[in-house]
Design a protein around this ligand. Sequence first.
Ligand SMILES: Cc1ncc(COP(=O)(O)O)c(C=O)c1O
Length: 376
Amino acid sequence: MTADPPRAEAVIDLGAIAANYERVSGAGVPVMGIVKADGYGHGAQQVARTLRGSGAQWLGVALLSEALELRAVGDRGNLLAWLWAPGDPGIMDCIATDVDLSVSCEQSLIDVVTAARGLGKPARIHIKVDTGLTRNGVPRSSWRSVFEAARVAQDQGHVQIVGIWSHLASADEPDDPVTDQQRTAFLEALNIAASIGVQPELRHLANSAAGLNRPDCTFDLVRSGIAIYGVTPGSGLGTAQFLGLRPAMTLRARLAHVKKIVVGTKVSYGGTWTADHPTAVGLVPVGYADGIPRAASNTAQVLINGRRCPVLGVIAMDQFVVDLGPDAGDHPGDEVLVFGSGDHGEPTAEDWAQWAGTIGYEIVTRIGPRVPRRYV
Ligand SMILES: Cc1ncc(COP(=O)(O)O)c(C=O)c1O
C-alpha cells in the first residue's frame, strides 16, 4: 500500500469493480449495476463511471435523489430508480432526464402519470410486482388493474412501459424453495400482463445471488449490486473468493497509540475484557461513528505488521483497542488493515459480518463519510 492515511481511509479498487462486473456479466445476460447507497459505500459516481466504462448499459439506484445526482455529474445512460414516497419532488426531474421509474402501486402510477402530463413527456416505467418479498411491488390482487391502468396511460402517451420486474427474497439460500415460488409468480404476472397487451422489452428478477446461481431467473437483465463490490451475497453461496469475486474496499487505519498493560487491566467501556497476560495494546482510531460495528466488540480481528490482532473490549464511537502481543514494540503510526481483500492475511468484510452477526453488505455500506475514500 502507498502513503499512510492521516487516520484512516477506505481504498477503493476500481479495477476490482471492473473485474467483478465482467465476472457477473459472464453468463451473457446484461447486468444492471446497482449503485444505490453511494455505491454500497464505495462512491456512486466513481463506481458508475467504472461500470459504464466496462460496458454497463444499465445502472440502478433506490432513490430518485440518487438518480438525479448521477445525472448531475453527467451520467446519461439507462438508469432505474425504484423507491419514493408519494409526491416526491424528484419525479418530474427524473422524467425530464430520462430516468426510468419503478411503479410499485396504484398511487405511484398516478404520481408518474400526473408528472408526465405536466411535463408533456412520457415517463419510462418498470412495473414492479410483489412475488413474495412483501416489500414494495404491486400486490398480486392488483396486478391486473395496475397493468390495465398502465396500458391505458401508455395508449394516452403518458408512459412507456419499459419493464416488468420483481425482487427475490432468498436467492442467497440456494435450497430455499421460495425462489422457485417467486419465479412461478413472476411468470404468472408476465402472462397476465401479456393478456392485457403489456409486453415490455425487459423482464428482470435476479439480484447478485440469482445472477450467479439461478440462470432460470435471469430473464433479460440481472440487477447486480453486492457481487460487483466483491462481497458474497450470502454464505450459502460461498465466499467472494470461491465465487471468483475481488473485494473492492480496503479499510486502513494507523495505530494512534501503543501502551503496555499488566495482568488485571480492564480495557474500554464497561471493562468487558481483562488482561490475563501482560501485553501491549494498540489504539485504532476508527469506531462505530465510522461504521465499525460495535457488535463485533471482543470478537473481531485486524492485521498489523502481518499479524492478526484481536479486538479487546468494546468498540467505541471513534476508536477501539487491539492486542498487539507482549513482544510488540512501541510503534504508533503502524498500518492497521481492518478489512480488505484477504490477500495479505487481513480479514475481509465477510469476516467482519460474521463477527458482528450481520451481512457483508452492511459492513461495506456503513463505512461513513468521516472515512475518506481513495481510488486506485
Ligand atoms: C430492488 C433491488 N434490486 C437489486 C438489488 C441488488 O441486490 P444485490 O446487492 O444482492 O445484488 C437490490 C439491493 O438490495 C435491490 O433492492
